[in-house]
Design a protein around this ligand. Structure first.
Ligand code: FAD
Length: 402
């Protein structure tokens, strides 16, 4: 056994795991760029480590990825283990899991977290088969019991997503979990932070690895919801797949992507990869425009982390308005084209450079907020009923409801 783990004690009492301390985040990268979930897990790991009064560690693996070790420090790691080797250039299960197992045996973290991505799931599963410990997959909430128990409370939807289950791993260490992208929040990047970066060796030689990565073919049609700064999402209110063209136009004007509720996906109007919510993606964009979506809890769990939510719905009592910073009550078929036109016009006047992601997203957010205001205040067609005379903040909405 590669880990040197202890056997479960026969009297079922807790083994002595005092040598296992700290939280280890496995940083996922592709072509030298980290997946955002890695920094989100460092943000959450920071909280867990503080409660345990233990170090927050990160493991960076790849070829020419030393810059990511620095970045991991900037995002909160107290110590980063860096393993650079040619055989780690592209992800493959065996060499990556070998490095992880070696580090787990030596550094003895009490908690190890991976992103619940295709790679993270593969790696975590492979490691779990070598260690006599459990793995909680696809968690959406993480917490720890304070010392002395130091137990990881890993929660995830269960029983057809109807309830949350909190899963404990009492008898073994490390406690391991994969966690969904977009659920947790990364700490602000602090480039002044300094911490130890410890180099470790990859012990696997190329001839020992059965799999060879010949090439990566990118699926150009796929939508990257988790990484999008702007999402325009449509629901059953769209009434058919044709109306998604309207949303695509608005998304294009804002430099964003199109998302959907499950109702729209189940109706066959758009592919499942666009679905947001409990059984879809969890997103954390700067701007989320919900169009013809009622705001069922299974949808809002996937988008409530958005910085700004604009909701367009003809029913002023739709629950989505409880989550919206700006609400527009009216017919989406009139409002969406009006906002698209407004955004395009402002872009052509101000010449906003598309493609500069951060700038464009921030600008887009400001424009959509202004455009929402413009529609409700001035340019809304006469038939459009508006909930209010202008953009309604969540706080203001609460006051008006009272
Ligand atoms: C186990 C489980 C998992 C689930 N997972 C998910 C999930 O991941 N994601 C998800 O989204 N749902 C999920 N659901 C489904 C969820 O419960 C809701 O049924 C779904 O979110 C409703 O989608 P909707 O808001 O598009 O449709 P509706 O609830 O039907 O809302 C349509 C809205 O459109 C508005 N509207 C209609 N016409 C117009 C118009 N012309 N202009 C403006 N507004 C208009 C209506 O007023 C209404 O508010 C799940 C359910 C279960 C049981």
């Amino acid at each position: 056994m590669e880990s040197g783990q202890q056997e479960l004690q026969k009297d079922n009492s807790m083994p002595d795991w005092s040598a296992y301390r700290g939280v280890l985040i496995i940083v996922e990268q592709r072509d030298g760029a980290a997946k955002p979930v890695s920094w989100q897990l460092l943000g959450e790991g920071r909280k867990l480590a503080a409660k345990l009064d233990a170090p927050l560690m990160a493991l960076v693996m790849g070829e020419d990825v030393a810059h990511l070790a620095e970045e991991a420090v900037h995002y909160g790691a107290d110590r980063v283990y860096l393993c650079e080797a040619p055989e780690l250039r592209a992800y493959r299960t065996r060499p990556y899991s070998r490095v992880c197992l070696k580090l787990i045996a030596e550094a003895k973290p009490e908690i190890v977290l991976f992103g619940a991505t295709a790679t993270g799931r593969d790696l975590a599963g492979a490691i779990a088969t070598h260690l006599p410990t459990g793995l909680t997959a696809d968690t959406t909430e993480l917490d720890v019991e304070p010392p002395p128990s130091r137990l990881l409370l890993a929660s995830r939807p269960a029983f057809s997503e109807k309830m949350m289950a909190t899963i404990l791993c009492k008898q073994y260490r490390p406690q391991m979990a994969t966690a969904r992208a977009g659920v947790f929040q990364a700490l602000p990047k602090d480039t002044t932070r300094r911490a130890d970066i410890v180099r470790i060796e990859s012990t696997m030689r190329e001839e020992e690895i059965a799999a060879e990565v010949v090439d990566f073919l990118r699926d150009s049609g796929g939508v990257q919801l988790e990484e999008a700064d702007v999402i325009v999402a449509g629901g059953r209110g769209l009434g058919g797949k044709e109306a998604f063209a309207l949303l695509q136009e608005l998304a294009d004007a804002l430099g964003g992507v199109v998302g959907a509720s499950r109702a729209a996906v189940d109706a066959g109007w758009i592919k499942h990869e666009h679905q947001i919510g409990q059984t879809g993606a969890t997103v954390r964009p700067k701007l989320y425009v919900a169009v013809g979506i009622s705001g069922a809890v299974q949808h809002t769990v996937g988008m409530s982390g958005a910085d700004t939510v604009v909701a367009i719905n003809k029913d002023e009592k739709a629950p989505i308005f409880q989550f919206a910073h700006y609400g527009i009550v009216g017919d989406l078929f009139k409002i969406v084209p009006a906002i698209t036109q407004e955004v395009r016009q402002r872009r052509s006047v101000f010449g906003v450079p598309l493609g500069v992601r951060e700038t464009a997203a921030a600008q887009a957010q400001a424009e959509a907020e202004e455009a929402a205001g413009a529609v409700t205040e001035a340019e809304a067609p006469a038939e459009v009923e508006t909930a209010a005379s202008g953009p309604v903040s969540a706080a203001e909405r609460g006051r008006r409801d009272e």
